[in-house]
Design a protein around this ligand. Structure first.
Ligand SMILES: Cc1cc2nc3c(=O)[nH]c(=O)nc-3n(C[C@H](O)[C@H](O)[C@H](O)COP(=O)(O)O)c2cc1C
Length: 167
């Protein structure tokens, strides 16, 4: 199933066909290290008074899901590194390509009967996760995959009239 899901992700369009995405699959016992790293980083931030929003929820899903896929931009710099305008533009282009690939992955997962959660709360543990994953480039997101144990109501969307300006 994951091969099918990745094949769909890799069909996404990308700026200059750079295919900047890289994927690291965490499953089995390695999930325990991932969850511990997330929880340790969140505890440190909380001790410093930093609000971590929905992150506890995201970690719970990462703990329960059998698979979490980390998505990297192969050409991206650490967000804490200074970026020139050119580097920032490259990063904006690459992250659009990666967003398209993640969306393909989610749709293919849905097609396979899998539930998914797109997770950017991994940024609360950016350094710790990158060091542990040992993947060069910039971590962009994670996606947890598994059989869903809930079917929440569709979340609302703003209307076209509020978001689209016609010249
Ligand atoms: C870039 C991105 C990052 C997200 N990060 C998280 C996250 O860290 N934790 C979480 O629970 N949901 C996360 N989500 C899911 C959104 O909260 C969700 O897509 C949004 O509330 C709309 O709900 P729907 O996708 O069910 O329509 C993320 C979604 C996107 C696109």
């Amino acid at each position: 199933m994951l091969q099918t899901v990745f094949r769909a992700a890799l069909q996404a369009p990308s700026g200059k066909n750079k295919q900047p995405w890289r994927w690291v699959v965490v499953s089995g016992d390695r999930r325990k290290d991932m969850v511990r790293l997330m929880r340790d980083s969140l505890a440190k931030l909380k001790a410093q008074g930093v609000s971590t929003g929905s992150a506890e929820w995201s970690v719970k899903i990462m703990e329960q899901a059998p698979v979490t896929v980390f998505v990297f931009n192969a050409h991206g710099l650490s967000p804490w590194q200074p970026h020139s305008a050119e580097q920032l533009i490259d990063a904006v282009v690459d992250v659009q390509s990666i967003g398209a690939a993640i969306q393909n992955l989610l749709l293919a997962a849905e097609d396979q009967g899998l539930g998914s959660l797109w997770i950017c709360d991994v940024f609360y543990a950016y350094q710790a996760l990158c060091a542990w994953l040992g993947q060069p480039g910039q971590m962009v997101a994670a996606v947890s995959l598994g059989y869903a144990d809930e079917a929440p109501a569709a979340r609302p969307r703003k209307p076209v009239s509020e978001l689209v300006r016609w010249l």
